[in-house]
Design a protein around this ligand. Structure first.
Ligand code: AQP
Length: 327
């Protein structure tokens, strides 16, 4: 039997090349070696207010993008988190073994709660639900971007605490981040992670950005005061552009160094733009084909939930048994 993989994306904002290079691209690489479950984690999205109609549309958009980016539905399961009730059930049971101090230490909690006037309890508790998403399927591997490594450590801490209180129950999940592209930075602010919620128009390249829009963002990306690429002294903006090129093109370090050393920034940006546009074109084409048939997506998500529900329910039964809850 193949070991299991779980990973997810929140259906908020516009999926960007950071989400693709940090997560989705790795998913396409592991999907034939593992039994993969890829979730559209809508219960995480509602930790901040979402317009209901927009949220429904985003869920369909993200599902279509999973397939367009290369998730093969004959091998991998694509499902929506809220359609499998066991996520919330296990989330509560794990909440009861998680010290609040562990959650208050999470850097995403600190960043997100600072930006809010009133901090919803869901923002604090969200990493426990994420632990439940993973442990529910006894996932052995979780391919994510670099920003999720702290949440994965917490997931293992929660699993360990549960196992020591109630006996061996959960598989310990390993984190996998890609060697290049694990933390794509904002094009306008290369000291900040590229993020869906950032408001700057030149910040992120959306997976569905029209070619001229994506090109313009790259050509305006922040660099530094050097005239050309110098691998010894380059700033974070240039390093980010090179990482984007390298992650899309799957070039090794030596080839990148040999090709770009001494290249003027204008030419570097043109080449990065060509690489990004060339990579996004087939994804956007597939996306258009998939969304032309809404029934296909509905069926994909319904059958995905049906396929994983028995796995999820059996974990919840086991956890209830371990905790002495009524079945
Ligand atoms: N900039 C990034 N570089 C590499 N990987 C990234 N990921 C996110 N941003 C980058 C990875 O994408 C996956 C899905 O992310 P998510 O939607 O669950 O949430 P997120 O990490 O909160 O993504 P954003 O884009 O930053 O959204 P907001 O602004 O809403 O918080 C994860 O595997 C993540 O690591």
């Amino acid at each position: 039997m193949k070991a299991r993989v779980f990973s997810g994306v929140q259906p908020t904002g516009n999926l960007h090349i950071g989400n693709y290079l940090g997560a989705l691209k790795s998913w396409t690489k592991v999907q034939y070696d593992y039994e993969c479950i890829f979730g559209i984690v809508d219960l995480h999205a509602v930790t901040l207010y979402q317009n209901p109609e927009d949220l429904k549309a985003k869920i369909a958009e993200v599902a279509a993008l999973f397939i367009a980016c290369g998730i093969d539905p004959r091998h991998s399961t694509v499902m929506v988190q809220s359609s499998v009730a066991a996520h919330t059930e296990l989330g509560w049971m794990l909440t009861c073994v998680t010290p609040v101090g562990w959650l208050e230490r999470m850097t995403q909690y600190k960043a997100k709660s600072e930006a809010q006037e009133t901090v919803g309890a869901g923002i604090l508790q969200y990493p426990v639900l994420m632990a439940a998403d993973i442990l529910l399927y006894q996932a052995a591997l979780v391919p994510v971007g670099d920003d999720q490594t702290q949440h994965l450590e917490l997931t293992r801490d929660i699993a360990q605490r549960f196992n020591s209180l109630y006996g061996e129950t959960f598989v310990m999940p390993a984190t996998r981040t890609p060697a290049v592209g694990a933390r794509v930075m904002g094009l306008d602010e290369p000291d900040k992670k590229m993020s869906k919620s950032a408001t700057g128009t030149g910040h992120a390249i959306g997976m569905l950005d029209p070619p001229d829009v994506a090109r313009r963002k790259i050509m305006r990306a922040t660099t530094d005061s050097n005239p050309a690429v110098d691998f010894e002294t380059m700033g974070p903006g240039v390093a980010n552009l090179l990482a984007i090129f390298q992650a899309f093109g799957d070039w090794d370090d030596d080839r990148i160094k040999g090709h770009f050393s001494g290249m003027r920034y204008g030419d570097l940006k043109k080449q990065v733009a060509e690489m990004v546009l060339e990579s996004l074109a087939p994804i956007q084409q597939r996306y258009r084909e998939i969304t032309a048939d809404p029934a296909y997506l509905r069926q994909l998500l319904a059958s995905g939930a049906d396929r994983v529900r028995p796995i999820a329910d059996s974990t919840v039964r086991l956890v209830k048994e371990r905790m002495g809850l009524h079945q």
